[in-house]
Design a protein around this ligand. Structure first.
Ligand SMILES: NC(=O)c1ccc[n+]([C@@H]2O[C@H](COP(=O)([O-])OP(=O)(O)OC[C@H]3O[C@@H](n4cnc5c(N)ncnc54)[C@H](OP(=O)(O)O)[C@@H]3O)[C@@H](O)[C@H]2O)c1
Length: 279
């Protein structure tokens, strides 16, 4: 594998630690985002899912790519299928960041993208991360600031995964062919309810954080009044259904299989990110 690695979403939650890991392995990385910002040790390249004219320059000199969709977009197949096509046309290996549980039903848009990749003839690996632990410092940070995380999770548990473990798994897969053609569910080592998670976060940051189980309409109202577009707020509400059903509680050994290290617990996540969580 002598070519460059293209990382989409390069300045995002997973992209940032992924690039760090790839640069540390001595890989030549093209860091793609709309800004085209050159992240330390990489070549920056301007890339926009909505503008196919940016695909050619991004894939130039590349033989492996990390493909994901940034948060905030609901037109999943429309944006991702052309990227899969562009990679396959160039025989670029794709490590695709999908979503935990989408293999339950072939009609789910993310599963449709996975199927297109499986059929594309290009080498691939599919990663299906569970809910990110890091959402507590992004989506749910405003709630933490106000002392209560209000989500429609009921008493359902999730095996939250740390984005550093997603990145380490992706870096391993981009630098070996050993797992090509496979799919992995990425989870943390233990599942917690949002009530339990609130207690862990509260302890780490030294101030009270409660969990408030709300219904979908209340949740969408909170998000839209904070400026989240209604379509994305409704999308987020819908993906709490599997949480309430208990489907996101499963734990896998994939992080350890791929990286040789046990996944970080939510307690470790909260301790390591305490400053950002209470900022
Ligand atoms: N959060 C979770 O719990 C969870 C769980 C499972 C799976 N996932 C999956 O993970 C995805 C999010 O991953 P993430 O949090 O690492 O992403 P992220 O941080 O939201 O990605 C942001 C990055 O994407 C770039 N970007 C934004 N819009 C772009 C566009 N139109 N064209 C090109 N680049 C663009 C941004 O740079 P610029 O702004 O400069 O373009 C930035 O580099 C979700 O959409 C979901 O599919 C999430």
């Amino acid at each position: 594998m002598a070519g460059k690695i293209l990382v989409l979403g390069a300045t995002g939650n997973v992209g940032t630690p992924l690039i760090k890991a790839l640069v540390a392995k001595g890989e030549t990385v093209k860091a793609a985002s709309r800004s085209g910002k050159a992240v330390a040790g990489t070549e920056g390249v301007a890339f926009d899912y909505a503008d196919k004219a940016t695909f050619g320059p991004a894939f130039e000199g590349v033989d492996r790519a990390y493909v994901m969709l940034p948060a905030g977009y609901v037109n999943i197949t429309e944006l991702l299928l052309p990227v899969i096509e562009a990679a396959a046309a160039r025989k670029v290996k794709v490590v695709f960041q999908s979503v935990f549980g989408v293999d339950a039903d072939d009609s789910i848009p993310y599963r449709q993208v996975e199927i297109a990749l499986e059929k594309s003839g290009t080498p691939y690996v599919i990663l299906r991360p569970n809910w990110f632990a890091d959402n507590f410092q992004t989506y749910w940070k405003a709630g933490i600031d106000h002392g209560a995380i209000a989500v429609p999770a009921g008493e359902g548990k999730s095996s939250f995964v740390d984005t550093r473990d997603i990145a380490a798994s992706a870096a391993a897969l981009l630098t070996t062919t050993q797992f090509d053609g496979k799919a992995f569910n990425l989870t943390g080592p233990e599942a917690y309810s949002y009530g339990e998670a609130a207690r862990i976060l509260s302890e780490a940051i030294g101030k009270p954080v409660a969990y408030e189980a709300v219904d979908d309409a209340t949740f969408v109202g909170i998000l839209t009044s904070a400026g989240v577009p209604a379509d994305y707020a409704n999308f987020l509400a819908a993906i709490f259904y599997p949480v309430r059903q208990g489907w996101t509680a499963a734990v896998s050994d994939a992080v350890e299989v791929l990286t040789g290290q046990a996944p970080r617990s939510l307690v470790t996540y909260a301790r390591d990110n305490a400053a950002a969580l209470k900022a």
